[in-house]
Design a protein around this ligand. Structure first.
Ligand code: ADP
Length: 240
């Protein structure tokens, strides 16, 4: 069997007395699209923040490419995160937004521009390099945020409800694009959503969460057709 790219080993987390993750163990294979699916409050974002280094778990370990990253700061681990609100810099052009992470890593100007353009091309936006974020549509801004996270070639890309701000039609269109982009770049994507249809469309591995634990995980078709728990059956049957 191939070595997993990410190993989450018995991760638990509490906020004060409130236990929100309970002994989560999960392996994520290279080049795969993993979706963390569950209702609001089930602990998806907390787990994503632990993967991204924004939170250190109360217990357990996170290994990325075999290295213990549990207590490493976000900038020191091979991960980048796309937040729901995109957090683009409004005063910078699209090209400068995408190149920003490279500037932080000391990459020279010519190389920054080349890699920013190359990444914008992957998300289909090389023609808007000189525009400002406010001149773009919601879907385009989402793709700029994706390019900005991909440009540094992370081993792991983390997406927190990345399509949450879009209307339903655009959401369905963007989910197909996300999947195509992930297959093209081969980076592992871990994507948080409460939308069952989004999970079905995107996931290679669908991890269903409830109240801080994993209810079920596997290929989305299996999870949908042969759910292992009553919770999963009920939750997968609900539409958003
Ligand atoms: P989800 O992403 O599935 O909606 P979260 O991981 O955001 O779930 O939250 C899981 C639980 O942890 C919720 O009960 C939430 O209220 C609680 N929680 C999340 N962040 C914090 C925090 N910073 N402080 C205290 N409680 C928190």
């Amino acid at each position: 069997m191939t070595e997993p790219l990410v190993e989450i080993q018995s991760v638990s987390h509490s906020f004060g007395p409130h236990r929100v993750l309970e002994a989560i163990s999960l392996d994520i294979a290279p080049a795969s699209y993993t979706v963390l699916l569950g209702p609001s409050g089930s602990g998806k974002t907390t787990l994503l923040n632990i993967l991204g280094g924004f939170l250190t778990p109360s217990e357990g370990r996170v290994l990325i490419k075999g290295t213990d990253c549990t207590a490493l700061a976000p900038a020191r681990r091979p991960t980048t995160t796309v937040f729901q609100d995109y957090a683009l810099f409004p005063h910078m052009t699209v090209g400068a937004n995408v190149a920003f992470g490279l500037r932080m890593r000391g990459v020279g100007r010519g190389e920054r521009r080349r890699r920013a353009l190359e990444t914008l091309e992957i998300v289909g936006l090389d023609h808007v390099e000189t525009r400002k974020p406010h001149e773009l549509s919601g879907g385009q801004r989402q793709r700029v945020a994706l390019a900005r996270a991909l440009v540094v070639e992370p081993a792991l890309l983390l997406l927190d409800e990345p399509l949450g701000a879009l209307d339903l039609k655009l959401r369905r269109q963007m989910q197909d694009e996300l999947k195509a982009i992930q297959k093209r770049v081969g980076t592992v994507f871990v994507h948080v959503t409460h939308d069952q249809e989004e999970a079905m469309a995107l996931a290679d591995l669908c991890v269903v969460m409830s109240e801080g634990h994993i209810e079920d995980m596997g290929p989305p078709e299996r999870v949908y057709r042969r759910p292992r728990t009553r919770f999963t059956a009920t939750f997968m049957g609900e539409s958003t």
